[in-house]
Design a protein around this ligand. Sequence first.
Ligand code: FHN
Length: 454
Amino acid sequence: MPLMYGAQSEGRRDDETMRRFRHDRFGQFIHWGLYSIPAGSWNGVTYDYAAEFLPQSAGIGPARWAGLVDDFAAPEFDPEAWASLAADLGARYVTVTAKHHDGFCLWPSSLTDFTVAATPRGRDVIGELVHAYTARGIAVHLYYSVLDWHHPDWRYAISSSQDEEAFDRYLSYAGEQLRELATRYPNVRGFWFDGTWDESVKANGRWSWEIECMLKRLIPGAIVNSRLRADEHGARHRDSNGALMGDYFSGFERRLPDPWDRTVTAEDWEACVTIPQNSWGYHAGAEVARTHKHPLELLEQLVQAVSLGGNLLLNFGPRGDGSFAPFEKDVVHTLGAWLETNGACIYGCGPADGWDYPGWGYYTADAETGAVYAVVTRIPVSGAIALQLPERTRVRNATAVATGRPVPFAVRDDRTVRFEVDRASVIPLAFALEVEQRDDTAEQPEVNPDLAGI
Ligand code: FHN
């Protein structure tokens, strides 16, 4: 059907900025704001729901919530230390909450007083972070919540002409804030929109289309996630013709596609995940702390995302004082150490065409060289890892990515090779496979005598 405000382009973007985003594969999400101070508790009561939803959980009105501005001194906020932590994590980009649902702005917006400018130290958090991350070669995406609990003209739905007038005022405010962000911080790489699920926003597909146009006019090449967009019929993420709006699909939240679902490889996508079961802002509650994922689960999510052609955006919620909690530093060090020696199977990689999901882990392939990686995340009791090869494919050699040392394998038949791995191996265990197409008229490959011993 003809659409005025549907997808603005067909197919994958293939410009340098988008290729860089695709190559990066791994980003750090940062949720930091007033909610980081109470961290899930209010008046001595702990609410086990997401910390950034405390105003809803504890029934705190906007005026009382705004009182937290005086407590947002953030004595431990150190942008360079944050940038070093992102680098240590192995993140290639960072997405930072410039404004979350509570409407508090981490930059000194001229459009409202509800910003960091009113805090005891009045620092331009976004400006300092953009400078620090960019100086470390880490791209920055700004998170912006269209949903705004603080603004008097916010409406969840439009049910009267007064609602319509008010919400039009709100959309003008949000549009000017976004213009302000793109103008103040022109070297950010993208914008990450959220809070666009309400009827009021879905009824304003034209506004979302105009915002995408404006941001890409102000910052040529800027990347915008699909969550911003609705078309004139209220279709979100994909327009009423099914075409992806924005530059990558951002509907995977706290979940990934099924490991065998190759349909998702048709477009760029990013999954965002939390370390706790469900809190994006820092939550100090004991019950939430019991839900923290093991670093290996987070690593597996990264490998799974890359195996299906997606990015992983892993969330960290700094504490109210600007420091990171020990459990988050543990995740940084575990994931960063693994990526330091195994990053070849992640950065610049994507799906390995023809290599079906094997069950014991994932296959990735370097988009430029075609090198195939077998990444083992579950070692069978026997220690035997069987690889089902694509047709007419031969494995010439295999090396351990972390050490570069050759790895013995046995050719079991013309479609199967098998590795024997030590069950005590550190997982994920990544192998680089040197593969070649086989001329089926040729002799079947012999077991490489140098590597016999299986
Ligand atoms: O409500 C928000 C939530 O706080 C968090 O920002 C996530 C991140 O994707 N988005 C919304 C929930 O879908």
